[in-house]
Design a protein around this ligand. Structure first.
Ligand code: G
Ligand code: G
Ligand code: MN
Ligand code: NA
Length: 253
């Protein structure tokens, strides 16, 4: 209850910050996108990571105002970067519960309209689980987002329950291979097989594939050999504050 009260207050005060983790195109070596990750800023300046408050936020419904905040903040930052000549796609994570129970189109449209961001620079990350409870509704929501010019990525791909058919019936731009598989590239032939299958699937369906959680050169090399399109992970950068990200992009990472 104490934590809930504190989180409620933080939500009212917008006591959050977004950190940004670059996404690298493997053919060009360029940063082509960035994932925004929310952190709760406690009064003493300490940062609390989402694992510690997202479940409570979902339980209490605070996820809604929190997502309003993170969408708006990511879009605001995107317009600042665009003005500075940094044209980069920003990915915002949406929790499945929010996607299933709230008017996501309106939340997104409001954020875009209020900040003036070109919707082509916004991407939403959803998990497979967010899509399967009611695939018809989810399909319509994704189509509406696509009509707005916003793209959708499936996060943690390979670990959820969505059927392959949705990759052909829903407008999905990217698949994010879960870090779980990347971590096991050197130790598990089944993880390697799953990664190869996801890359082949993406290539054949014209969906870009990004591998997450890359920490070592040998993992990167193997993923490149398999024809993976993009990469993200501590090997390139941890999630960092906006100014730091901007410096990295200017310096060519
Ligand atoms: O750095 P990391 O601890 O940031 O993130 C942990 C998890 O929190 C990830 O699964 C990520 O998808 C989720 N997450 C990060 N930021 C947000 C956000 O703004 N909204 C939602 N719903 N989830 C987020
Ligand atoms: O569920 P989602 O994919 O949104 O989660 C992203 C999470 O993964 C964030 O908590 C982020 O900090 C973390 N992350 C990003 N890159 C790496 C990495 O290379 N190694 C590890 N261990 N975690 C990572
Ligand atoms: Mn994500
Ligand atoms: Na992920």
């Amino acid at each position: 209850a104490d934590l809930e009260q504190a989180l409620r207050q933080a939500t009212e005060n917008g006591a959050f910050t977004l950190h940004y983790q670059p996404e690298i195109d493997l053919a060009s070596g360029m940063v082509t996108g960035v994932e925004a990750l929310i952190r709760w800023v406690r009064p003493d300046g300490e940062l609390v990571y989402p694992g510690h408050f997202l479940p409570l936020a979902e339980e209490t419904g605070l996820i809604v105002p929190m997502t309003v905040w993170s969408l708006r903040e990511a879009c605001r930052q995107g317009t600042v970067w665009a003005r500075e000549g940094i044209n980069i796609r920003i990915a915002v994570n949406l929790s499945g519960m929010l996607f299933r129970h709230h008017d996501v189109q309106k939340l997104v449209l409001d954020a875009i309209t209020e900040t003036g961001l070109d919707p082509a620079f916004l991407e939403l990350e959803l998990t497979e689980t967010a899509l399967i409870e009611n695939p018809e509704v989810a399909g319509r929501q994704l189509a509406a987002l696509q009509d707005m010019g916003v793209s959708v990525a499936i996060d943690d791909f390979g670990t959820g329950y969505a059927s392959m058919i949705y990759l052909t019936t829903m407008p999905i731009r990217r698949l994010k291979i879960d870090a779980l598989f990347v971590r096991e590239i050197d130790s598990s032939s089944s993880s390697r097989a799953i990664i190869k299958a996801i890359i082949a699937l993406g290539n054949n369906l014209d969906i870009r594939v990004i591998a997450e959680g890359i920490e070592r050169e040998d993992q990167l090399l193997w993923l490149k050999e398999q024809g993976c399109d993009q990469a993200q992970g501590f090997l390139f950068s941890r999630p960092v504050p906006a100014e730091k990200f901007q410096q990295m992009v200017r310096a060519g990472v």
